[in-house]
Write a protein that binds this ligand. Structure first.
Ligand SMILES: [Zn+2]
Length: 200
C-alpha cells in the first residue's frame, strides 16, 4: 500500500472518529436537556474550552446579525470567525496613519523598544524619518520619489508639490491632488513600504 493511500485511510478513520464523538456529544446534550440523564459532574479542560468557544462564537454571531450599523460589511463577511486576508502593507499604512507603529519612536513611547533612535543611528525613527530620510531604505525611496516626481511633471498647470510625509500619507489633504494622482502616490508609498521589509 503506498504512502498516499495510507494517509488517506488514516484521515478517513480520524474523520469517522470525530463524527462519532460529535454525534455522541449531541445525543448526550439532548438527553441532558430532556432530563433523561444527569449532566456529568466532571468536565475535561479541553471540553470546557470548546464549550466556552462555541458559546462565545454563537453569541458573537447573534450580535453580528442583529447589528444595525455596518450592513455592507455584514453582507461581505456574514460569519464571525471567518479569516479575512488583509494585505500586510494595508495594515502598515493604517498603523502609520494612527501614529501607532512598530517604528522605534512609537515603540519606545509604548514601552516595546528601549530607544526611539533608528537602527541607522541618525535620529528618532519616526514615520517621517522612515518615509523620507532613513539611509537604510534609500533605494526604495528613490523609486517612490521618481514616480511621484513624474506625476508632478504631468500635472495640469505643473504646480509644485512639496514632498512631505503628509503628501505621502494623505495626498489629498492639501486639496490640490486629484483622485487619480492620489491613487498613484498611495500605490508608490505601499510599494516602498513593502520593499523596505520594515515591520510596522
Ligand atoms: Zn534610519
Amino acid at each position: 500500500m503506498n504512502v498516499s493511500v495510507v494517509v488517506a485511510l488514516v484521515q478517513h478513520i480520524i474523520r469517522l472518529k470525530y463524527e462519532k464523538v460529535d454525534r455522541q456529544a449531541r445525543e448526550m446534550a439532548y438527553d441532558i436537556f430532556k432530563e433523561n440523564i444527569s449532566a456529568p459532574d466532571v468536565i475535561s479542560f479541553h471540553s470546557a474550552v470548546k464549550l466556552s468557544a462555541d458559546i462565545a462564537m454563537k453569541s458573537w454571531q447573534r450580535k453580528w446579525e442583529l447589528e444595525t450599523a455596518g450592513y455592507y460589511t455584514i453582507q461581505l463577511i456574514p460569519e464571525v470567525g471567518r479569516k479575512v486576508i488583509f494585505p500586510v502593507v494595508g495594515i502598515s499604512y493604517c498603523r502609520m496613519l494612527l501614529n501607532y507603529t512598530m517604528l522605534n519612536d512609537d515603540a519606545n513611547r509604548t514601552g516595546t523598544a528601549q530607544s526611539p533612535v533608528c537602527e541607522c543611528g541618525n535620529e528618532r525613527e519616526t514615520v517621517q524619518h522612515f518615509l523620507l530620510k532613513c539611509p537604510l531604505y534609500r533605494e526604495g525611496r528613490i523609486c517612490m520619489l521618481n514616480l511621484i516626481k513624474s506625476i508632478c511633471a504631468s500635472r495640469k498647470g505643473k504646480t509644485h508639490l512639496d514632498i512631505s510625509e503628509f503628501l505621502l500619507m494623505a495626498p489629498t489633504s492639501n486639496g490640490c491632488v486629484s483622485n487619480r494622482d492620489n491613487k498613484i502616490i498611495k500605490a508608490a508609498v505601499f510599494e516602498f513600504t513593502e520593499m523596505s521589509g520594515r515591520k510596522l
